[in-house]
Design a protein around this ligand. Sequence first.
Ligand code: HEC
Length: 366
Amino acid sequence: MKLPTARAQALGMHLVLILVTGLLASRLLVANPVPSTPAPVSPASAAVAEPATPWGGDYFPNTLLTDQDGRQVHFFDDLIKGKVVVINFIFTSCSDSCPLETARLRQVQKLLGDRVGKDIFFYSISIDPLSDTPAVLKAYAQRFQVGPGWQFLTGEFADVTELRQKLGLFIEGVDNGRTKDHNLSLIVGNQQTGRWMKASPFENPWILADQLANTLHNWKQPSVGESYANAPEIRPPSNGEELFRTRCASCHSLGPMDGQGIGMRSIGPDLVGVTRQRDPAWLNRWIREPDRMLAEKDPIATALFERFDKIPMPNLRLDERSVQSIIEFLQAETDRQQPLLTPLTVGAEEPQHQQAIAVPDKARVQ
Ligand code: HEC
């Protein structure tokens, strides 16, 4: 099968780009993986001294959980023992950062391809077990079209809370029950080596994929030979672009060249042309408070919601300035990809941003 190579190459290329540009909008929260435990073992020594991790079966509970298909599994023995894993905590009725996180992980899953379920495992555990029954979780997973190797799990509320505490993903006082501050509910790790890292859902998917595919496997997989001479030119991103990449690109593409290598249908509509198609005030408000517009049954919002599998666009609590700079970026990107060759005449056809026809521009593939 050719795919892994192409994917790996693309991965390498993007990584170089990203590292070199220092565009990293989001930060890896490598520090403080698990509270009140010793520092992680370094990869080199971990490779030799295998059972050195202090975080084994006597640290992690063997909690009984149920997955989206109703199968019962034990947290330590079945889910993490000896494995490289991604774990996050969600609730399906969450309307802010969980959908972004799920969408981001879905991109990472695409990038990792068939390694997911083989040597990398994804787990989303509900913190709202009363509402999130296996059937509800299954429907959620299907709406986001997650692939195999990613389980959605539910269990007793107290047990799930304990898991969050053990993973260092529970902030007393902030995190009791439904929380707004969900940014740090994602952790990646290798149980065997004891290397655990918190990650941000705003993280670039290529970086997350690289951590899972390479870093956490102690770089055992052969790396890809890629000539950097082919690397696209580097531009400093505008504030709007950076916000778009970290907050929006988990669900939206920008033209047909965007998200290459991830190769999938976006969760939300492609946004090239949207600044020409929508009324500016509508667009501005929609980006700030889509949840309220949906609740008010705004006709455009409702139609889009129906068309996009009833996945609600999240309210990302952006301030006015951030929204403005994102819109400016969308406008600039639209003008770049779909230059207006002839002056618009009154009554000109409405641009079809869903089928953006872009001039391929290899310098901008990121
Ligand atoms: C979790 C996925 C997700 C994230 C993250 C997300 N969106 Fe959306 N977006 C959607 C979905 C899904 C729709 C379609 C409407 C719906 O289902 O609510 C949508 C619709 C839109 C639309 C309307 C498109 C049209 O045709 O009018 C715009 C504009 C938009 N999003 C912009 C953004 C921006 C800007 C961001 C980042 C600040 C963002 N979205 C983040 C999922 C997302």
